[in-house]
Write a protein that binds this ligand. Structure first.
Ligand SMILES: *Cc1c(COP(=O)(O)O)cnc(C)c1O
Length: 412
C-alpha cells in the first residue's frame, strides 16, 4: 500500500524505522546511548557538519527520539517536529529562536501560568516586550502589531477562561504582516484538530498531556509547518534558503535546541511513541465523556455555570465548532458560589482526584486561583480572569455515570 494514501491513524502506527532493526524488534528500541562511533575522521567530519545524517551525540539527536519525531510528522504533516523535555521547554526554545531584544510578542493575558510568567517576566528581562491584548478582538490585535512584532501567540482554548480565538482571522493578519502565528494546541490533540489547516505556522504541544498516554512522562513538541515567510524576520532572514525545511527549523534545530539542552530523553520518547498509538481513541472517549458530563452537571444545585465551548450557548460556540468540531477538548470549568464552596467540593470528591495536570487517564479536579495562579497577586489574577469561584475538571477515561455521581455527592 502506498504510504501517502494511508490515514493519519494508520500512519502513526506504521511509520518505518530509518534503518532496519538488527533483531527486527517491532517497537523502536530505547537507545540509551550518549555518543555514536565512526569508522573514519572524514565520516565524523561529515556527520558533525550536517552533511550526513548520522547521530553524533544524544543532546543533539537520538534514534529513539528521532523516531518519535518522525511519527509525529507522519501524523500531522508537519515539515519538522522537534521534541523537548517538557511543554515549557518547547515554548521557551521556540521564543528564543524567533524573538530578540527589541522585538515584541502579541498575545493574550489568558495563558497557562508558566507561559504567562515566561513572557511577562523571563523574556522581558532579555528585552522582549510582552503585548497582552484581547485576541478575540481583531482591531486590538491589529493595533498591537508593529514592525518589531516577532509573533502572535495564543492557546487555542485558554484555561480556565475557555476563550477561543478565530485562528483563520488571526492568520490572515499575521500573513499580512509577515509574522508567524504560533499556537499552543495542548488542549485539543492533533488527532482531532489540524492546526495548519487554520493557518497556524508553528504548533506547540505539551506532550505531557494527552500524548504521554496517561501522565507517564513530561515532554513537549514544536511543529513547524514551513508556512511562514521568514524574509520579514530580522533575526531569521539570513537563514532563508539554507538547506533546511525553513529558516525557523534551521535556527531552532541547529542552534537553540542544542545550545539550551532541553532534549527529550530516549526513555520518554519510547513511552510517548506508545502514547501516540492510542491518542485518537483515548481522546475520542475522554472528549465524549467531558461533553456529556458538562451537560449533565449544569442543572445540579450548587453549580452556578459550566464553561465548555462545545456547548450551545457558549460565547465561543460557533468558532469552537468550526475549529474543533463537536468536542472542545476533555476539560471544562464550572463556577460555584464562592471560594469556600469550591474548596468544599474539592475536599469531598471520592473518585475524581485532587491534582494538577490535564488529560491523565484519571479525572482530575483543581482550583486554579489558589494553585496554578496561587503565587500571582489578586490584581493579576483578576486581569487574567481567573476567578476564586472556578473549578477545573480534566476528564479521563472513567464511566460518565460514575463521575456524575461523584459530582452529585460532592455538591450535596
Ligand atoms: C501543561 C501545559 C503547558 C506546559 O507543559 P509542561 O509539559 O508541563 O511543561 C503549556 N501549555 C499548556 C496549555 C499546558 O496545559
Amino acid at each position: 500500500m502506498e504510504e501517502k494514501n494511508l490515514s493519519p491513524e494508520t500512519k502513526i502506527l506504521h511509520a518505518p524505522y530509518p534503518a532496519r532493526d538488527a533483531y527486527g524488534a517491532l517497537n523502536m528500541p530505547v537507545y540509551h546511548a550518549v555518543a555514536y562511533e565512526f569508522e573514519t575522521a572524514a565520516q565524523m567530519e561529515r556527520a558533525f557538519t550536517g552533511r550526513s545524517p548520522e547521530h553524533v551525540y544524544s543532546r543533539v539527536s537520538n534514534p529513539t527520539v528521532q523516531y518519535f519525531e518522525n511519527r509525529v510528522k507522519a501524523f500531522t504533516g508537519a515539515a519538522d517536529a522537534i521534541a523537548f523535555n517538557s511543554g515549557m521547554a518547547a515554548i521557551a526554545n521556540t521564543f528564543v529562536a524567533i524573538a530578540h531584544a527589541g522585538a515584541n510578542i502579541v498575545t493574550s493575558p489568558h495563558l497557562f501560568g508558566n507561559t504567562y510568567s515566561l513572557i511577562a517576566f523571563t523574556l522581558k528581562d532579555f528585552g522582549v516586550e510582552p503585548r497582552f491584548c484581547d485576541l478575540t478582538d481583531l482591531a486590538a490585535v491589529e493595533k498591537n502589531i508593529d514592525k518589531n512584532t516577532c509573533a502572535v501567540f495564543l492557546e487555542v482554548i485558554t484555561n480556565p477562561q475557555m476563550e477561543v480565538a478565530d485562528l483563520r482571522a488571526l492568520s490572515e493578519r499575521c500573513r499580512k504582516h509577515g509574522i508567524p502565528l504560533v499556537a499552543d494546541t495542548t488542549v485539543v490533540p492533533f488527532s482531532a484538530f489540524h492546526a495548519a489547516g487554520f493557518g497556524v505556522d508553528i504548533e506547540i504541544v505539551s506532550s505531557t498531556k494527552y500524548i504521554s498516554g496517561g501522565a507517564t512522562s513530561l515532554g513537549g513538541l514544536t511543529l513547524d509547518y514551513a508556512s511562514c515567510d521568514w524574509q520579514h524576520s530580522p533575526k531569521l532572514r539570513s537563514l532563508v534558503g539554507q538547506p533546511a525545511v525553513s529558516a525557523f527549523s534551521c535556527k531552532i534545530r541547529r542552534e537553540i535546541h542544542r545550545n539550551l539542552g532541553a532534549c527529550m530523553t530516549p526513555e520518554v520518547a519510547a513511552l510517548q511513541t506508545t502514547g501516540l498509538e492510542t491518542l485518537a481513541v483515548r481522546y475520542e472517549r475522554a472528549a465524549r465523556t467531558c461533553r456529556a458530563l458538562a451537560e449533565k452537571v449544569q442543572p445540579l444545585a450548587g453549580v452556578c455555570s459550566v464553561n465548555y465551548p462545545a456547548l450551545p450557548g457558549h460565547p465561543f460556540h460557533a468558532v469552537s465548532q468550526r475549529q474543533f468540531g463537536d468536542y472542545a477538548g476533555a476539560m471544562f470549568t464550572f463556577d460555584v458560589a464562592s471560594r469556600e464552596a469550591a474548596f468544599r467540593f474539592i475536599d469531598r470528591l471520592q473518585l475524581i482526584r485532587r491534582a494538577t495536570n490535564l488529560f491523565d487517564n484519571k479525572t482530575l479536579a483543581i482550583h486554579p486561583a489558589s494553585t496554578i495562579f496561587g503565587t500571582f497577586t489578586e490584581e493579576l489574577r483578576q486581569s487574567m480572569d481567573v476567578s476564586q469561584n472556578t473549578i477545573r475538571i480534566s476528564v479521563g477515561l472513567e464511566d460518565t455515570e460514575d463521575l456524575y455521581n461523584d459530582f452529585k455527592q460532592a455538591l450535596g
